[in-house]
Design a protein around this ligand. Structure first.
Ligand code: UDP
Ligand code: MG
Length: 312
């Protein structure tokens, strides 16, 4: 028996690309069905993340034309990660694949993912094998981010975004992660099971513009680090210890100089420079601590992460 497939696609103001996404996915579903690799009740779930353009009416239209296309409308814009989670928690199927609406991640790689699943893998990560189509800036910042995460001890898959296949039992395990600060790329490798990678070439956005401006990317990166790593806090302690040791050495040196060499330095620089330096370190450290306190504060509220308005 082939598996029942569910494809979950978060969409935020994706009116310009959706008709093409719909067209390519129809072809893909037809092919997969003809090759008997999925069941006939396999479906696509478009999650409308509070779009302000015609995204939802397009989704309704697709759904009327072909029952294999479903929709989940959120009550407002919740952000990519939460929209994706809403889709994964709602969609039916033995295996769920998450995919972006803009066709940057080649939908045809789903075939490879299904093969890997048939080989007994519960989670299959889509990994980009080239970033030629990204701007140099995006490439540098994105790859720098993955490296930073890995050095900080966060288990992320290098160059893997949110294009992946998960089996039903992996999805059910994901349900147990109740965090509000969602960083799925960090959570999913923690689930475990047998995993595999499928490589694909990342292309340019088919139409429309990126919904991840630099500001959102930085916030996302900070969320990822502070949700999964306490290395920044340890770093602060280390820095504090090093500064103390340094100032003790300095004190010893000054006393030695005054007692034995009779040097009296009119020490302006030696007073003012360390003052600013220490002030800076303290502010920075308080800021980092504050980040974690804020995170704990948000988590203790246990607020719902999304509300579903309609399901098609
Ligand atoms: N997205 C979303 N809610 C948001 C922002 C983005 O559902 O608040 C969706 C968007 O429609 C797309 C996916 O998340 O399907 C990835 O966004 P985008 O392609 O703009 O990001 P980029 O590829 O530029 O990093
Ligand atoms: Mg994109």
């Amino acid at each position: 028996m082939p598996p029942r497939l569910g494809i979950v696609i978060p969409c935020y103001n994706e009116e310009p690309v959706l008709p093409e996404t719909h067209r390519q996915l129809t072809i893909l579903l037809d092919e997969l069905l003809a090759e008997q690799r999925i069941t006939a009740d396999s479906r696509v779930y478009f999650v409308d993340d509070g779009s302000r353009d015609a995204t939802w009416s397009q989704i309704e239209h697709f759904s009327k034309l072909d029952p294999r296309f479903g929709g989940i409308k959120l009550s407002r814009n919740c952000g990519h990660q939460r929209a994706l989670l809403a889709g994964l928690m709602t969609a039916e199927g033995d295996v769920l694949v998450s995919l972006d609406a803009d066709l940057q991640d080649d939908p045809r790689a789903i075939k490879g993912m299904l093969d890997a699943h048939a080989d007994g893998n519960d989670i299959v990560f889509g990994v980009r094998n080239s970033r030629d189509t990204d701007t140099a800036f995006k490439r540098l910042t994105a790859q720098g981010f993955y490296r930073l995460m890995i050095t900080m001890g966060v288990e992320v898959v290098f160059d893997h975004a949110d294009y992946r296949l998960m089996s039903r039992r992996a999805i059910e395990n994901l349900r147990n992660y109740e965090e509000v600060n969602l960083f799925l790329r960090g959570i999913i490798p923690q689930i475990g099971f047998k995993t595999a990678k499928v490589h694909y070439a990342r292309s340019e956005r088919f139409a429309g513009e990126s919904k991840y401006p630099l500001r959102k990317m930085l916030a996302f990166a900070a969320d990822g680090i502070t949700s999964f790593s306490v290395v920044p806090l340890r770093f602060i302690s280390g820095l504090g210890l090093a500064t103390c040791l340094l100032s003790l050495t300095m004190a010893a040196w000054v006393i030695f100089g005054a007692l034995f060499a009779g040097q009296v330095v009119p020490g302006w620089a030696s007073t003012v420079v360390p003052m600013y330096f220490l002030g800076g370190i303290q502010l920075l450290s308080i800021g980092v601590l504050g980040e974690y306190v804020a995170k704990a504060y948000l988590e203790t509220k246990r607020r719902p992460r999304y509300f579903i308005d309609k399901v098609l």
